[in-house]
Design a protein around this ligand. Structure first.
Ligand SMILES: *Cc1c(COP(=O)(O)O)cnc(C)c1O
Length: 363
């Protein structure tokens, strides 16, 4: 089978260091080297998330971390606010609803960055938390979380501010403590360039204080105690932990460069698309928003007039590349192209070339 490269916003092209580790023999998780790697990854992720608190590792996709966090921080009946403007912010609302919280859901246009005022409008005296999405992968929007968190704090100082950082960690500037956030989640198959299967929960000091037991498998309160010793309550995806360690070793020291490279890739993708008349999804009242409000995780465009997603997807596939379509409300109306995974310069140039060729062919 000829290889198809993933220009999709998760899962992504793997980091070669991850591939190397994953081809090695199985390691037992209750051994000293496994514990040591487990702790090293937790420490590295603490630095990546930018928190003085803790990072816990869960076996599952990013959504497992979202559920664990909602369950661990809030009790049934407690009020949380969720501004919804895409598939992943909607997921917060669905999880909170499934766990029996009192969900105040605000619906905003998909593709439009949230404003602090819009979020403040959802809060009242009884609100215990707000669930936000930093990089809304479904629309390509990067929400101004620091400004939103600051506005929330100034009016409701005790409220917990929780963020989905699944496609902003390692891709856009992120710092839990400095951005005024209390807790955040991420996963292995996005900016870390690993296969799916590991989820991360970052807990700042206030969230650690509020943590309570929840459920069985996704019980962060229990995990916190066990993970202090470098183990997890159940068999962890230890192979992925070892792979994470190998990737973090090179990714963390060069994080600034990585963020610049990814931003450069994003600008290039938008320049190519907009140059051919494509309309970016991140926009306000039909006007494309500045690059600061577009996530480096993926470029997102409305489909050109008269071109269906299948035709576009197949034109990419014919050249050995896979792109993603729209999700939820944007299904059948948009497409997404991403260089979130491992793209050294020559692979990135190849991807830009494919994009140009496809547009040349179809437009
Ligand atoms: C990928 C993603 C998730 C997690 O999805 P999983 O399929 O559970 O890994 C959550 N939020 C955002 C913004 C994502 O892009």
């Amino acid at each position: 089978m000829s290889r198809v490269r993933l220009l999709t916003p998760g899962p992504v092209e793997l980091h070669p260091r991850a591939q190397l580790v994953l081809s090695g023999p199985q390691v037992h998780h209750r051994t000293a080297p496994a514990r040591e790697a487990f702790q090293a990854v937790r420490e590295d992720l603490k630095a990546a998330f930018g928190t003085e608190g803790e990072v816990l590792l869960l076996t599952g996709s990013g959504t497992a971390a979202m559920e664990a966090l909602v369950g661990g921080l809030f009790s049934p009946g407690e009020r949380v606010a969720v501004p919804v403007s895409g598939k992943f912010s909607e997921r917060w609302a669905e999880i909170a609803g499934a766990l029996g919280l009192d969900v105040v859901r605000g619906d905003f246009p998909w593709g439009q960055p949230l404003s602090p005022e819009e979020v403040l409008g959802l809060l009242d005296r009884n609100t215990r938390g707000v669930l936000l999405t930093h990089s809304e992968t479904s629309t390509g929007v990067l929400n101004p979380l620091a400004a939103i968190a600051a506005a929330v704090r100034s009016v409701h100082p005790d409220l917990l501010v929780v963020a989905d950082a699944v496609t902003s960690l390692f891709l856009a500037a992120f710092s839990l403590d400095a951005m005024g956030l209390d807790a955040a989640v991420a996963g292995s198959q996005k900016g870390l360039m690993l296969p799916p299967g590991l989820a991360f929960v970052a807990l700042g000091p206030r969230a650690l204080q509020r943590l309570r037991p929840y459920g069985y498998y996704l019980n962060l309160d229990r995990e916190r105690k066990v993970q202090a010793k470098g183990e997890s309550a159940f068999t962890p995806a230890i192979n992925l932990v070892l792979a994470a360690r190998a990737v973090l070793e090179v990714l963390l020291p060069g994080l600034e460069d990585q963020l610049q490279t990814k931003r450069g890739h994003l600008e290039r993708l938008y320049r190519i698309g907009e140059g051919r008349g494509l309309r970016p999804v991140p926009s306000r009242d039909g006007v494309p928003v500045p690059m600061d409000f577009r996530t480096p995780a993926t470029a997102a465009f409305y489909l050109p007039e008269g071109v269906g997603f299948e035709a576009l997807r197949d034109a990419f596939l014919a050249r050995g590349a896979r792109i993603a379509g729209g999700q939820g409300a944007l299904k059948g109306r948009t497409f997404r192209i991403s260089l979130m995974g491992y793209f050294p310069p020559e692979a990135a140039e190849w991807a830009f070339g494919v994009f140009e060729e496809v547009l040349e062919e179809l437009l």
